[in-house]
Design a protein around this ligand. Structure first.
Ligand code: UDP
Length: 243
């Protein structure tokens, strides 16, 4: 079932269901694509119709971030859970590793995807690393040709937003992959270059605070986060006075 949060149609789905659906999409081999918008991306999509169309054209839309979940509560249509992109990727890779499936790691700075590949292989020994490519390119024809030669079950697209969403929407028709997902900085995390918040903080919905502590330069981007809550409150109040 879809839940509309400020124009973005999210799937109201638990993390384990998301991984299961991801594995089904991978088996379908139709280059399905998954997006994982956080508050910043939802707010950006409100001002960028191309990004909004790329998000709503996805086969699965997962709420990556506590701000989206809070906004859903304010709107009176609560999403049951936050599904961080990295948890979706891990859950799907675990399923694929059990049947000798494959993953292609695309994005991040040169060398990062290769380091991530080593760590992913150690964590999911049954998984085949089909290929890797960094995310800095002028022309992607060779990258697409390489992906299509390797035919991965799962393609991680880690180019940051909105680049990754627009890239997936544009290229879905010409890619020989099972399923792909736009996963922002996930390869940096798998490579061990950026660490995730301790589990207690993740569960308390404070991952953003840990990220700010680790990367204080994000303060400018994060200062925009409460915007989604004000926008949701504004929409709710207008809805109530209309109805
Ligand atoms: N990136 C890339 N190509 C680009 C711009 C960014 O591969 O042209 C990568 C960047 O190196 C980083 C990721 O995209 O690994 C974006 O990370 P960020 O933390 O900004 O994404 P978020 O998770 O916040 O969306």
């Amino acid at each position: 079932m879809k839940t509309d949060i400020l124009g973005v149609a999210f799937d109201n789905i638990a993390p384990d269901e998301a991984a299961k659906l991801g594995a089904e999409l991978a088996a379908g081999r139709k280059a399905a694509y998954v997006v994982t918008p956080n508050s910043e991306i939802v707010m950006a999509a409100g001002k960028d119709s191309a990004l909004m169309s790329a998000l709503n054209g996805a086969d699965m839309v997962l709420p990556d971030g506590i701000g989206v979940v809070y906004a859903s509560k304010i709107l009176g249509t609560p999403l049951s859970a936050r599904v961080p992109g990295i948890d979706f990727a891990s859950g799907l890779m675990e399923k694929l590793s059990k049947k000798g499936g494959s993953v292609y790691l695309f994005g991040a700075k040169p060398g990062v995807a290769e380091k991530a590949a080593e760590n992913i292989k150690a964590e999911f020994p049954g998984l085949v690393i089909a290929g890797t490519h960094d995310g800095y390119f002028d022309d992607d024809a060779d990258i697409i040709a390489d992906i299509n030669e390797k035919k991965p079950d799962f393609l991680m697209v880690c180019l940051g937003a909105p680049k990754q969403e627009l890239w997936m929407q544009k290229n879905a028709g010409g890619l020989a992959v099972g399923v792909m997902a736009g996963l922002g900085g996930c390869l940096d995390v798998f490579a061990g270059n950026v660490d995730r918040a301790p589990e207690g903080m993740q569960k308390a919905g404070l991952e953003w605070l840990y990220r700010l502590y680790k990367e204080p330069a994000r303060i400018g981007r994060m200062a925009r986060l409460p915007g989604i809550l004000f926008k949701a409150a504004g929409q709710r109040m207008r809805g109530k006075s209309n109805g």
